[in-house]
Design a protein around this ligand. Structure first.
Ligand code: MIC
Ligand code: SF4
Length: 637
């Protein structure tokens, strides 16, 4: 049977399970990555599993999120992760080397390999033909030890690209266009596979922008074929031996097809506060801008930075705008310096930030009160910038740079001819900030270094009988993990300290949540559709677990968060009739009955019994019964 590329890669990595849509399959994982904000938990969990040296082909521990050191906490976490990398045989990417997804694409990505990362934008690797998934830290810990990664076998959506991008329209506009059509829930349970004549017009960094932000569709992952452009990119990185041509079989059938004529696209912006709230930039020209940020794992490649530089060359950033630029990696920064692009950026008055996530995760550069911030990033959830009433718009580097100069949201097509920016034939390579895995003998001598802020991982309790508790929170549709467990410079240093983090749980929805949960000894959360969209942070499950949350009943869940809840031992169930959501209120006493085989469930509330959907694989049932993945694997006993 003719297969799509995604199906070929899935099927060749299946260790168990039947490849039929919705069926749980277990995949062999070739590579893993972690970043520091999720990495501390992942390595604490890995230690608890006692799996010894890592069993993957390649695993890398990056430091890129918590780089602001306003206390000892982040530096201690970096040192802990570095010592774990040395102890267990991983590469360590030192702080300053760049954002995990950008560096991984440059230095490690291999077409056709599977990759999981404790970060939701791991699908960036799909730009180079990898099958790359975002996952919770526990799932990464299992993969590090040679265990499989389990997902429901996804539908494959073929995105048929025709034509080529007009001047001033970028890869960001492709994915914003798809978000405007499909919404932030449109990709749940699906892989987006790009095909058609238009593919050849896109370079690997452009493809990576698209696959990166496929995460905002809620997609399982996104993938491009591996072709001549992939070869050119790998060769330019001095890694042509990693190249394999890969594409769908002739006559492969997609479960759905989405047509996109690249030639018809225009510059777009996602307006506050959701990546799918998309309009043409030309409709926003009346909006004054306070801040512009260029960077993040979505749009900080050398070509992105060079295009912004060409727009800024010889100009001055508007006096009421603060422009911050964070190149995606040290390679990008070094090349922008060598090419003169950085001189043009700084000459225009930009503020240069280190090669890291920075403002994208609220690590500095929070906009002024009510400020309009244009960002080349991928998420504009309310409050994520660190300013509760900040108005964040997501745009391409061309729109960002043009607007930084004029002080208003600006359609770059008004600037005249677009400068021609080519992907370099040779990238400048300097891997001295990547520490290779230690030999087993060297690893023997390594001592794991822990700081006082590193606290134990909470562990769930076995599931026995009915789940009973008060409804301690009721939330609407599209609640993000940023709502559940906020990030930002003030809280992120505590990612390895769940008790401290718990004070901020759901603060964006209900400031009193943490106190209420503590007073009531936990309870049940009622939620709308797409609960837990966004980040892969398992803290959004571990912190509620710590606060005693026993179950979440929602209209629907986002994929990674659903897996994280089960891994933590919190029972996720959905309403059989979505309108029953309206029948539960804050403070109601809820009793959830699960059948012995865990295939059906009901919620009794206010004298009514509402049918729920319990849809668990055998393994998920076993995890929930055990109280989560750690007790299931025998870890942390
Ligand atoms: C994000 O972009 O939200 C993050 C910060 O990179 C997260 C990971 C985290 O919360 O540490 C993600 O995307 O998974
Ligand atoms: Fe970092 Fe932002 Fe990318 Fe998350 S989305 S990995 S915070 S740059």
């Amino acid at each position: 049977m003719a297969l799509t590329l995604a199906q070929k890669l899935l099927n060749s990595h299946i260790v168990s399970g039947t490849p039929a849509v919705g069926n749980e399959v277990a995949l062999r994982i070739d590579q893993t990555l972690t970043q520091d904000a999720t990495g501390t938990m992942a390595y604490l969990e890995y230690e608890a599993m006692n799996s010894g040296r890592v069993k993957t082909e390649l695993s890398v521990a990056y430091i890129d999120h918590n780089t602001l050191q306003s206390g000892f906490e982040n530096a201690d976490d970096h040192r802990y992760i570095q010592s774990c990398a040395a102890k267990y045989g991983l590469y360590f990417s030192r702080p300053g080397n760049g954002i995990c997804h950008q560096v991984h694409l440059e230095r490690f990505g291999v077409p056709g390999k599977t990759l999981i990362g404790s970060d939701s934008h791991t699908p960036t690797g799909g730009g180079i033909g990898m099958l790359a998934f975002g996952a919770g830290g526990l799932d990464v810990a299992v993969a590090l030890g040679g265990g499989e990664y389990r997902i429901p076998y996804p539908k494959v959506v073929g995105v048929h690209l025709t034509g080529s991008l007009p001047a001033w329209v970028g890869a960001k506009d492709i994915i914003l266009h798809l978000l405007s059509r499909l919404t932030v829930k449109g990709g749940v349970g699906k892989i987006f596979e790009y095909f058609g004549d238009g593919v050849a017009s896109l370079s690997v960094p452009e493809r990576a922008t698209v696959t990166n932000m496929g995460a905002e569709l809620g997609a399982t992952t996104s993938i491009f074929p591996s072709d001549e452009n992939t070869y050119k990119f790998l060769k330019a990185q001095g890694r042509e031996e990693a190249y394999t041509p890969l594409c769908a079989d002739e006559g492969a059938q997609y479960d759905e097809v989405v047509e996109v004529d690249l030639s018809s696209l225009v510059p777009l912006a996602a307006c506050p506060h959701s990546p799918d709230n998309v309009v043409p930039v030309s409709e926003l020209s009346h909006i004054k801008v306070d801040q512009v940020c260029i960077g993040s794992c979505t749009n900080s490649s050398f070509t992105d930075i060079s295009l912004a530089a060409a727009v800024l060359k010889g100009k001055t950033v508007h006096e009421n705008v603060s422009l911050a630029v964070s190149p995606g990696s040290r390679q990008v920064l070094a090349m922008a310096v060598a090419s003169g692009a950085m001189g043009d950026i700084l000459g225009a008055g930009a503020r240069l930030l280190e090669s890291a996530c920075g403002p994208c995760i609220g690590m500095g550069q929070s906009p002024c009160s009510g400020g309009v911030s244009l960002r080349t990033f991928n998420r504009n959830f309310c409050g994520r910038s660190g300013t509760a009433d900040g108005q964040v718009y997501l745009v391409s580097p061309a729109v960002a740079a043009a607007s930084a100069v004029t002080g208003y949201i600006t359609d770059p097509r008004t600037l005249g001819d677009m400068p021609e920016i080519k992907m370099p034939e040779v990238f400048s390579i300097n891997d001295n900030m990547l520490i290779p895995p230690y030999s087993p003998e060297e690893s023997e001598k390594v001592e794991i270094l822990r700081g006082p802020n590193i606290k134990p991982v909470p562990v769930g309790k076995p599931l026995t009988g009915a789940v009973e508790g008060e409804c301690i929170l009721k939330v609407e549709d599209n609640i993000t993990t940023d709502h559940i467990m906020p990030a930002g410079a003030k809280i992120l240093p505590y990612r390895s300290n769940i008790p401290y983090l718990s004070k901020f749980c759901f603060a964006a929805c209900d400031e009193g949540f943490s106190a209420l949960a503590t007073e009531k000894g936990g309870g049940i959360i009622i939620a709308g559709a797409n609960y837990g969209q966004g980040s892969s942070r398992e803290h959004a499950a571990l912190v509620p677990l710590y606060l005693g949350v026993k179950a979440v009943v929602a209209v629907s869940f986002a994929r990674i968060h659903l897996a994280n809840l089960i891994n933590a031992g919190i029972v996720p169930l959905t309403f059989a009739n979505p309108e029953d959501y309206n029948l539960v209120s804050l403070g109601d006493n809820c009793v959830i009955q699960l059948s012995d085989d865990m295939n059906s469930a009901s919620l009794t509330v206010n004298g009514k019994t509402l049918p729920l959907v319990a849809s668990f694989s055998d393994r998920q049932k076993a995890l929930l019964k055990a109280g989560g993945l750690l007790p299931f694997t025998g870890g942390n006993k």
